[in-house]
Design a protein around this ligand. Structure first.
Ligand code: ZN
Length: 406
């Protein structure tokens, strides 16, 4: 059983550029396409290659145990890594996936040169991680040329609820990019049927493939880390491929391109503390994927776990009102007790340990809010508590929790 990838071609449709290849599985041929759009003047200059299609098909092939035949050439570095370390790293996520053989002509790029002046492309969702990355690389006076942000990617490859949500988020990213003086491009591909599990289980490899379809626009592709380094790779409801990002992305390096993860050394809390100081964050920050579903006029629902993580911190910092235009602060306040209970439960784990922690907290009341924050955003950092109203709220809910648990 093999998967055959062949016949790559590019079409110009209006102002968009679509690259298409045939993917034949068990004799059934389907086309796989990536539509690219954006305001970069060199958007259409990409030379069609099969490399992004191989990267897209690799994980699905490992899951089904099918070898891959590429009817064409693949960059020599990527082909070697795809036949060895890339698959070995992916198997950290699921040991049942098979190592498959990839048959392709290696394309030698020895006559090519790395061009640092192209700068960096950053995946830009306007969330905490990508705003942190952009801010960090823009502010640092010593950022090397090949890491200086020149292009943002905002893709529609499975993260968004639907096209309407994507469009709204894209418009937001476009305004942010325009204010930052950076080009914005987007890649759209229907990949959900190909990939196993949740988007969080494979978003990194989808985004690498999408970036490859416009790799003439950057020297480095920077993918913001959503997990701290050292987490155990596991595919669960709340975790996915991100744990392998720092070692995974550089395996796609070639003579001319660098791929890297950024921000994995900072905690979510550290990133939030920095992002809440960025002046444009109060207009463009988007951490939520539920607002559209909930029908709220705000970009961020204020209640889901991602909104709550952010709002609890800025409330403690006393800066929550700065974000009243983009977060449903009313919903957050109305649901604050429920949010705390959820965070408390999530941070502590099992019922036995919950009981232990409740009694431990009750004996040291003033440390409770720090205890919750530090377990939700683990770090050796303390956060000055400016909003003391959390203390009675937490006590009240711990009392309820005690009555439930006991
Ligand atoms: Zn939300």
């Amino acid at each position: 059983m093999t998967i055959v990838i062949s016949n790559v071609r590019q079409q110009e449709i209006g102002r968009d550029f679509v690259v298409i290849a045939d993917v034949t599985t068990n004799g059934e041929k389907k086309s796989l396409s990536f539509k690219r759009s954006g305001n970069h003047p060199q958007l259409g200059d990409w030379e069609p290659r099969l490399d992004p299609f191989l990267v897209t098909i690799l994980m699905p092939a490992m899951v089904s145990g099918q070898d891959i035949i590429v009817e064409g050439d693949i960059d020599q570095s990527i082909l070697m890594a795809a036949n060895s370390t890339i698959q070995q790293t992916l198997r950290l996520l699921d040991h049942k996936w098979k190592i498959v053989a990839i048959n392709a002509q290696p394309r030698n790029q020895a006559d090519q040169r790395f061009d640092p002046s192209l700068g960096a492309a950053i995946g830009m969702s306007c969330g905490i991680d990508s705003l942190y990355t952009h801010h960090f690389l823009s502010q640092a006076t010593k950022t090397p040329e090949h890491l200086r942000p020149k292009v943002f990617f905002h893709n529609h490859i499975g993260a968004h609820l639907d096209r309407e949500t994507f469009q709204k988020h894209l418009e937001n990213a476009a305004l942010y990019a325009s204010e930052a003086g950076i080009y914005l491009v987007s890649v759209e591909a229907d990949l959900n049927a190909l990939f196993p599990g949740r988007f969080t289980h494979n978003h990194t490899i989808r985004n690498i493939a999408a970036a490859m379809t416009l790799d003439h626009l950057f020297a480095s592709f920077i993918y913001s880390a959503s997990e701290e380094i050292g987490r155990k790779p596991r595919l669960t409801r709340n975790s996915g491929i991100s744990a392998i990002d720092p070692v995974f992305l550089p395996q796609f390096n070639t003579v001319t391109k660098r791929y890297l993860s950024f921000g994995f050394a900072a905690t979510r809390k550290e990133k939030t503390l920095l992002v809440q100081t960025i002046p444009t964050a109060k207009q463009y920050l988007t951490v939520c994927t539920h607002a559209q579903k909930a029908g709220t006029p705000y970009r961020n629902c204020g209640v889901c776990s991602k909104c709550a993580q952010f709002l609890v911190i800025v409330d403690l910092m006393g800066t929550i009102d700065k974000f009243a235009r983009i977060f449903d602060i009313g919903a957050f306040r109305d649901n604050r007790n429920r949010i705390f209970m959820r965070m408390l439960r999530a941070s502590i784990g099992g019922r036995g340990s919950l009981t232990d922690h409740i009694f431990s907290c009750l004996s040291r009341q003033k440390e409770i809010s720090d205890a919750i924050l530090d377990q939700t955003f683990p770090a050796n950092h303390t956060l000055e508590c400016k909003n003391q109203t959390y203390i009675p709220t937490i006590i009240q809910f711990i009392n309820i929790a005690v009555s439930v648990v006991l």
